[in-house]
Design a protein around this ligand. Structure first.
Ligand code: SF4
Ligand code: SF4
Length: 760
């Protein structure tokens, strides 16, 4: 009993023109000199090359690995050498090149070792699917979806009906027809593999009634298997997946759903043969049957073509008359696309190269406005409203396009075929679909970026919280330690101080500074003396030298006299810690104040730190003045009052000079001069109280032998001047004493001048 054949809505009956190519057996064109293998030949991610330029490859050797789940590997169609990896012509309407591996054939066609699995029924199903995937198989009848992925997707559903698509409804194309006629046994063996994996209740092989030889061959090859060939009237597009399911089962695949959702899986006959070759012969997908047809060819027919064969070589093999060629179409006249060049290679989905003349497939007349005749809707096999979709596509109304199920359109071209206004409807739908996909891609990316941004913010927030917690823990620990120290007995608290490395006491530091300053003052005066050898400067240098020596002696006496650091009271130690704490807080505050745009958290932290600093400073202010240490006391005792007065005087003099040099105002200078005068008075007082003899003047003769009388006279002038000044500074000095001193100076100067005149 013949099974019921259903019908689908719409469809058309264009001129089939299949006899152009279905009268001759499958041919085998010569091996091309060069094969161009695009890395992306299917839906999904392009394969990743695993060979290098210059590498020799064998026929069937894997040359590019699947790059992701929805991807398939690529194999060398013949033996030869990889000569290039990069952009090459690609069969696409855009004419854009695509990455490819180029192989220079060596003519030997030498196979790589193969691993046939006639025992595939013993294999783990996953391993069998992996084998199919590894053989680089994608659907050979449509867009080229990776077959293994389709099998995995279906595994989530129970497949009740396995449909084998032998429809080949598009005009001109006869590749599947010839394949079924000549490779029916391999086809059935391939179906066996699918049936083994899917265990469907029924296997239906759908073939249009315009292929009687194929129907007979397949029926014969089925033998005793429970597979059923279902033959139905020729109508375009019966080969559409959803249309074929409807035809054979009466089931409708709901909009937006997959056949698997209703328990159906479809496979093309070419794909079944490829699976047979992969499993039972161990051969990966490196060739396919392609129809070469059109009236520009002298010998149209079907060829078993190596993937990567350049189109121009195949067309030349089929007797292309370029003068007759209007355009080259990859695919059929309904769903194919015009190729921009003849240099493109055949890929795994290339079922036809159509080379028509201008008269054979005339270009459509210019498009006219839609007259709302509704014929397009009449023929649409997807039950869509093509004219409405056209308007929404023109208006880029994405919502309406989606609401009118744009993505159910199978781009069969039936609507455009019947449109009296010659509107290229399918082009509008393709462009609209591409735009929507791009927008969705962008929206997905934006969403992904947003999620990542939010995750980063969350991470930063957590890190900040953790830092804050650590800061608090440190502060609490320090507070506990401080409290414990305050409560601990003095001896315990002193222990760390004793362990600390001893340094100079404050008094020693002071003496050291004084000694350094005295040295500096002395050096400066010596320099002046070298330039101007006046008695005054000589006297000054002598004084400064004495002062410097005194300061150094005081320092020398203080350093060894300083006992080992004495344990300080706990309060002193706490004050030190408070100082350190305050310094650390200041550093943190400065750091935060440098932040240009502080966050609210940072502001809060800054305020907190400032408050803590204020507390520390209060503590420091309230701390008792440091107790004078024994070492300091002994150092004070050790310093000779005379020396100290001399050092003090030298320092005051230096301060005054510095201020004069710096251009200080009169008030400041007056204060410094007063301080200097006071220091001089203090020195005189100390000298008077001192029982030490006056220091000997050590004079350095820098200018060679000197006149002794001159030196003596000069010295007398200097002493006389010094005594006079001394008296002038003394508020108690009497006029007589002053007058005598002035007279003495005048006399000394006269004597000196007289001597200089006589010796000049
Ligand atoms: S191209 Fe799309 S809209 Fe036009 S008839 Fe085919 S399925 Fe319908
Ligand atoms: S067939 Fe063409 S003219 Fe007629 S309704 Fe459809 S789009 Fe408009």
């Amino acid at each position: 009993m013949n099974a019921k054949i259903y019908d689908f809505h719409g469809g058309i009956h264009p001129d089939e023109r299949k006899t152009l190519s279905n009268r001759t057996p499958i041919q085998h064109p010569p091996l091309p000199a060069q094969l161009i293998l695009p890395l992306g030949q299917h839906i999904g991610a392009a394969a990743e090359p695993i060979v290098e330029v210059g590498e020799r490859v064998l026929k069937g050797q894997k040359i590019a690995e699947a790059n992701g789940y929805v991807s398939v590997p690529l194999h060398a169609p013949t033996s030869g050498t990889v000569t290039f990896i990069g952009p090459q012509p690609y069969p696409h309407a855009s004419g854009m090149p695509a990455p490819a591996i180029v192989i220079e054939a060596d003519g030997r066609d030498e196979w790589a070792p193969l691993t046939p699995r006639p025992d595939y029924r013993e294999m783990d199903p996953d391993a069998l699917v992996a084998l199919i995937r590894d053989a680089g198989i994608n659907g050979l009848g449509g867009a080229g979806f990776p077959t293994a992925v389709k099998l995995c997707t279906q595994s989530r559903h129970h497949i009740d009906t396995l449909i084998i698509n032998g429809t080949e409804c598009e005009p001109y194309i006869t590749a599947d027809d010839l394949l079924m006629r000549e490779r029916a046994a391999e086809l059935i063996a391939g179906i066996d593999v699918f049936a083994h994996l899917l265990t469907p209740s029924q296997v239906l092989i759908g073939i249009e009634d315009n292929k009687p030889e194929a129907i007979a061959a397949v029926r014969a090859a089925i033998g005793a298997r429970p597979y059923e060939v279902r033959v139905f009237p020729t109508k375009y597009p019966s080969g559409g997946e959803k249309q074929l399911i409807r035809l054979l089962t009466g089931l409708e695949v709901p909009s937006g759903k997959l056949p698997a959702d209703i328990g159906v899986l479809c496979q093309n006959v070419g794909t079944c043969v490829a699976v047979h070759d992969a499993v039972l012969l161990g051969r990966p997908l490196i060739s396919r049957i392609t129809t070469l047809t059109g009236e520009a060819l002298a010998r149209p027919g079907n060829v078993e073509v190596l993937i990567g064969s350049p189109a121009h070589e195949l067309l030349a093999y089929a007797g292309l008359d370029e003068s007759k060629l209007d355009r080259l179409i990859m695919g059929g006249p309904m769903m194919g696309f015009t190729l921009p060049t003849l240099d493109v290679p055949v890929i795994k989905t290339s079922n036809c190269l159509l080379a028509p003349t201008a008269a054979e497939l005339p270009a459509p007349p210019p498009a006219m406005p839609c007259i709302r005749c509704g014929e397009c809707a009449e023929v649409c096999p997807a039950n869509l409203l093509p004219q409405q979709l056209h308007f929404f596509a023109l208006g880029e109304d994405v919502d309406q396009l989606k609401a009118h199920n744009l993505f159910d359109c199978i781009e069969c071209g039936a609507c455009a075929y019947v449109c009296p206004s010659s509107i290229p409807l399918v082009q509008y739908y393709r462009a609209a679909k591409a735009d929507i996909r791009e927008q969705e891609q962008k929206a997905k990316k934006a969403e992904y970026s947003k999620v990542r941004f939010e995750q980063r913010q969350e991470r930063l927030r957590r890190a900040e919280e953790q830092k804050e917690a650590e800061r608090k823990a440190r502060a609490e620990k320090a507070a506990r330690a401080k409290a414990a120290q305050a409560e601990a007995p003095a001896g315990e608290a002193a222990a760390p101080a004793q362990a600390a490395k001893p340094g100079l006491s404050d008094e020693q530091k002071k003496l050291k500074i004084e000694a350094s300053m005295a040295q500096v003052a002395l050096k400066k005066a010596e320099k002046q003396l070298a330039l101007h050898a006046t008695p005054e400067l000589e006297a000054q240098v002598a004084e400064l030298r004495a002062a410097a020596e005194a300061a150094q002696k005081a320092l020398d006496a203080a350093v060894p006299a300083e006992p080992a650091p004495v344990a300080q009271p706990a309060s002193d130690d706490a004050a030190k810690k408070a100082k350190i704490e305050a310094a650390m807080l200041k550093a943190q505050i400065r750091k935060l104040e440098k932040v240009e745009a502080p966050s609210a958290e940072q502001q809060a932290e800054l305020e907190q730190l400032k408050a803590k600093l204020a507390e520390q400073e209060k503590l420091l202010d309230a701390a008792p003045a440091p107790v004078a240490k024994p070492a300091e006391q002994s150092a004070e005792k050790a310093v000779d009052p005379l020396k100290k007065a001399k050092v003090e005087l030298a320092m005051k003099r230096t301060e005054l000079k510095k201020a004069e040099k710096a251009g200080a105002d009169d008030g400041e200078l007056a204060t410094l001069r007063e301080a200097l005068a006071a220091a001089e008075q203090a020195l005189h007082a100390a000298e008077e109280q001192s029982d030490k003899p006056a220091p000997e003047l050590v004079r350095v003769d820098k200018h060679g032998p000197v006149d002794e009388t001159l030196r003596a006279l000069k010295t007398e002038v200097a002493f006389a001047r010094a005594d006079l000044r001394k008296l002038e500074r003394d508020p108690n000095a009497g006029d007589d004493a002053l007058g005598a001193a002035r007279a003495r100076l005048a006399s000394a100067e006269q004597q000196l001048e007289a001597h200089q005149t006589t010796t000049a």
